[in-house]
Design a protein around this ligand. Structure first.
Ligand SMILES: C[S@@+](CC[C@H](N)C(=O)[O-])C[C@H]1O[C@@H](n2cnc3c(N)ncnc32)[C@H](O)[C@@H]1O
Length: 458
């Protein structure tokens, strides 16, 4: 058999596409998608699944390796589903992501307008050990990550993406009798680093509310492992808690208050040193270094002049709203999550920032409420989850804000949403890829949009 009907094929990889897979083309026009390959490589592959217009395949033999190929440093690479670009040296990972972004822009019809203002990508200085938080799967006491494309556990003992303190806590935990008692009822374990104390907080996804012996085991862990700041239960059938704090003693608390994680935004960046707290289960950017770069770029692109009204429609705990509040007249923060709004208000008060208002709402409704109250934002900041913000951009009503900054962690939904904004008269004035997630295909972008039809930007 030859062509796309064969079970094994030889193919040359043309490029890496969104999702991190290599794409090759057969003589009959059928495309083949292959993981863990690089452009220019010739590979013999085995077909795993056939679709109408493409094949999924896996590498059987690497016939001509690309110059940027390296031996993946992680011993679980290829089995664990966490990373998919470790076989490429770091500069080439960043270059490949830029190509993926450029291709998405081209295919969406935005290429001619955006590619001239697409800056060179901002690589991370730390390609490993950058993650502030990891989520492990737990099965009968064993910990690890899901295998690629499955819900099967790949047992793993350390993660090269995680901060060293997280790996140290994970190793200490495995050896502790308290964990062995708890692990049986655990389905997942989140380990987050508190940058302020350099200790970690554990969140145990538990099948049910913990029983007295499990509460005692939790407290023993906190008391005996100095790397722990504390531990909380997230029972499947009940509200979150109890939370154990090694400073507070053996009585578990109902609220995670003492277990908040604290990040510092330095004065040279934020204008004044800000300490921002986030509840352990709340959202915070996983890469602290690149989060600071995002803020730096945001300030560079927006160049706030001091008199603007800014609406941050996915504000989280105030990561961007609060430093921006120091540079504009007023900030209105909106987020869907109650915990985020609680955190943002608390952070504003703790840092003495008074020109902010935070409210819980869907982004679209939050903006409509502002406009109904007579507030006309000069700047919109959009930092949606991966699904993007289609309902908001599709329904953006007059008065249109002259400036929009969009931060996105999914280039496909970002490109879709930019299309809607272009239809409302916005042009992309600048775009940059910020590599928040080295070793993975995930890519983050920051974009500045201006609307020349409305009030002139400052
Ligand atoms: C990528 S996070 C960014 C948070 C914040 N900007 C930061 O840097 O920490 C996205 C945020 O959007 C919120 N969110 C998700 N869907 C939303 C919606 N439809 N309207 C408003 N907020 C939403 C989430 O709760 C989350 O806090």
């Amino acid at each position: 058999m030859s062509g796309s009907a064969a079970r094994e094929l030889t193919v040359t990889i043309e490029k890496i596409v969104a999702g991190g897979l290599g794409l090759g083309r057969l003589a009959d026009g059928c495309t083949v998608l292959v993981p863990q390959v690089l452009p220019g490589e010739m590979v013999r592959v085995g077909v795993r699944r056939r679709h109408r217009r493409h094949l999924e395949a896996e590498v059987k033999e690497l016939l001509t390796p690309a110059p940027e190929r390296r031996s993946p440093p992680c011993p679980w690479y290829g089995r664990c589903g966490g990373c998919d670009l470790q076989h490429a040296d770091y500069p080439s990972q960043v270059a490949r992501k830029q190509e993926i972004l450029a291709e998405l822009l081209q295919r969406s019809g935005l290429g001619a307008a955006v590619l001239p203002v697409l800056a060179f990508p901002l690589a991370a200085t730390a390609e490993f050990h950058y993650r502030q938080r990891i989520r492990l799967q737990v099965e009968e006491g064993r910990t690890g990550f899901f295998r690629t494309g499955s819900h099967q556990l790949q047992e793993v003992e350390a993660c090269l993406l995680a901060r060293p303190e997280i790996n140290a806590a994970w190793a200490a935990l495995r050896d502790h009798a308290g964990w062995r008692l708890l692990a049986g009822q655990c389905t997942a374990l989140e380990i987050s680093l508190d940058p302020a104390s350099r200790q970690v907080v554990l969140l145990l996804h538990h099948r049910r509310r913990p029983r007295p012996a499990e509460r005692q085991a939790a407290w023993r862990l906190c008391r005996e492992l100095s790397v722990l700041k504390g531990l909380g239960f997230l029972p499947a059938d009940h509200a979150a808690g109890p939370f154990f704090d090694r400073q507070a003693g053996p009585e578990g608390r109902r609220e995670p208050d003492q277990l908040r994680l604290h990040y510092v935004l330095p004065a040279e960046l934020a204008g004044s040193s800000l300490t921002l707290g986030v509840e352990p289960a709340g959202f915070s950017q996983v890469n602290e270094e690149q989060n600071r770069q995002l803020l730096r770029l945001l300030l560079e692109l927006l160049k706030p002049g001091g008199d603007e009204i800014l609406a941050d429609l996915h504000c989280g705990m105030g990561n961007f709203s609060l430093p921006l509040a120091l540079r504009v007249r007023e900030v209105y923060g909106v987020d869907l999550q109650a915990a985020a709004i609680r955190g943002a208000r608390r952070n504003a008060a703790a840092n003495g920032i008074a020109n902010c208002r935070f409210s819980r709402a869907q982004a679209r409704q939050g903006l409509a409420d502002l406009v109904a109250a007579g507030i006309r934002p000069d700047i919109l900041l959009l930092d949606p989850p991966r699904t993007g913000c289609l309902d908001l951009v599709r329904s953006l009503a007059e008065p249109l804000p002259p400036r929009i900054a969009m931060i996105s962690c999914d280039p496909a939904t970002m490109v879709r949403d930019l299309g809607h904004l272009a239809a409302r008269g916005y042009r992309v004035a600048a775009m940059r890829l910020v590599d928040m997630f080295p070793q993975t295909h995930h890519l983050e972008t920051i974009t500045l949009l201006l609307n020349d039809r409305v009030r002139n930007p400052a």
